[in-house]
Design a protein around this ligand. Structure first.
Ligand code: NIG
Ligand code: FE
Length: 416
């Protein structure tokens, strides 16, 4: 089966010349190509040819891309999409002056979502979560990471991972499940950390990987959640079992999370709003990706991560929504892209690298997706625009009209 993406306004290749990430200054090189079309064969990018040579070939399907800019399918690499309930009451409390951490300490925060998830059945969770994934697909997202972390018991963490895996099997995009049992301590083990750590290490970690429910693990290293030593203990066990690691760290406090993540060669360190200036250079020759989440700073009215310094110091920077009910109730990756240029002073080009190739790198899948390079998966987002600057300029609007995954159109605006 040979297909053609014919005559787009421009192809934003984000070509890495086989390197599969863009570090520092290189993130600005998104390598646009004009007057070209893309050949897809067997769900793979076969070639990028000049429009004048299209007539030399025959095609089984031609997708007319006139009026569209073609980007790699967007990669949403950090979300907590699998939640139930609402925390609008906490949002109002914060507007009156309470902080995110104060709300968490008084029994709200993550724990209030945990209660809502524990009350929900598998079927109810499916019904609540499905439209959220559809919304991401409509934005051009072709790979979506979803964490557990709102069950926080053996039964409920597995239930959430089963829900995420149900979507992985049944939906046309790639869903990447991540085990986040170490999100915070559940009320029943608040005063017995050892017991909960044992449940994670001896029960959940082996069961989850042996049953193919997740091959990624994440944790929250914070004064209100897990200490660096506790994360170290969990990661040590996880690595032995074959997990790939991510870490929420330096969001509110510096308590050693960054060093633990780097010691274990984690795929990414996420948040970094309060990373110490002297720590920034630790990422300058590391392949650990800095995943920045400007929606959280916006939603919490809090400081932004130092994106400029990270990029200027040669880090690999990715962007994501961190979609969750407590600190970023923002299921809109395009809004995040605009926040990144406005509030973190990233360039439009760096932002595009941040939601494509570098986000793929954070998930360790950038060898096969995240850029438009020959032999990669035919994953694309098609934006109705004459210039890619329109994407960050049209704040919060969805210019993506067609989403293509493995060579198939999986979303078309206004189609049945
Ligand atoms: O990434 N920081 C911890 N976890 C989420 C927030 C989760 C919540 O508040 O429900 C985050 O910000
Ligand atoms: Fe998060």
């Amino acid at each position: 089966m040979r297909k053609l993406l014919k005559s787009p306004v421009q192809i934003i290749t984000v070509d890495t010349k086989g390197k599969n990430f863009k570090r520092g200054k290189d993130a600005a090189n998104i390598l646009p190509v004009n007057d070209h079309s893309i050949i897809i064969e067997d769900n793979i990018i076969k070639d990028i040819i000049s429009n004048s040579s299209v007539k030399k070939y025959t095609f089984d399907q031609i997708i007319n891309c006139e009026g569209y800019i073609v980007l790699p399918g967007l990669i949403e690499c950090h979300t907590h999409t699998a939640f139930a309930g609402s925390r609008s009451n906490e949002f109002l409390m914060r507007l009156k002056g309470a902080t995110y951490e104060q709300i968490a300490e008084s029994g709200g925060g993550i724990i209030s979502t945990v209660k809502a998830v524990r009350r929900s059945s598998f079927e109810e969770l499916i019904r609540i979560i499905k439209p959220r994934i559809d919304l991401f697909i409509s934005q051009g997202v072709t790979t979506l990471e979803i964490k557990s972390g709102y069950g926080l018991s053996y039964y409920d963490e597995i239930k959430l991972l089963q829900v995420i895996n149900y979507f992985k099997k049944t939906l046309p995009i790639e869903i990447v499940p991540t085990f986040l049992g170490a999100h915070t301590y559940p009320p029943e083990y608040k005063n017995d950390h050892k017991k909960y750590l044992k449940i994670i290490s001896d029960e959940l970690l082996p069961f989850i990987i042996q049953n193919g429910l997740a091959e990624y693990i994440d944790a929250f290293c914070e004064s209100s959640a897990f200490s660096a030593a506790e994360v170290d203990q969990i990661f040590t066990k996880a690595v032995k079992l074959g997990y790939k690691l991510r870490l929420h760290t330096e969001q509110f406090n510096n308590i050693g999370g960054l060093d633990v993540a780097l010691k274990h060669n984690a795929l990414s360190v996420d948040h970094l709003e309060v990373i110490k200036e002297s720590d920034i250079q630790k990422l300058n020759d590391s392949e650990t990706v800095a995943v920045l989440l400007p929606g959280v700073s916006f939603f919490l009215d809090y400081q932004f991560a130092p994106a400029r310094q990270l990029i200027d110091n040669n880090a690999i920077v990715a962007l994501s929504t961190d979609y969750n009910p407590g600190s970023s109730n923002i299921p809109n990756l395009h809004l995040i892209m605009s926040l990144a240029v406005l509030k973190m002073k990233m360039t439009a080009e760096e932002v595009i690298s941040g939601v494509t190739i570098n986000a793929a790198k954070a998930l360790d899948i950038s060898k096969r997706t995240g850029s438009i390079e020959i032999n990669k998966q035919a994953d694309f987002s098609l934006f109705k625009a004459n210039d890619y600057s329109e994407i960050v300029y049209n704040i919060g609007q969805n210019l993506n009209e067609i989403t293509i995954k493995n060579g198939e159109i999986i979303y078309k605006r206004n189609s049945e």
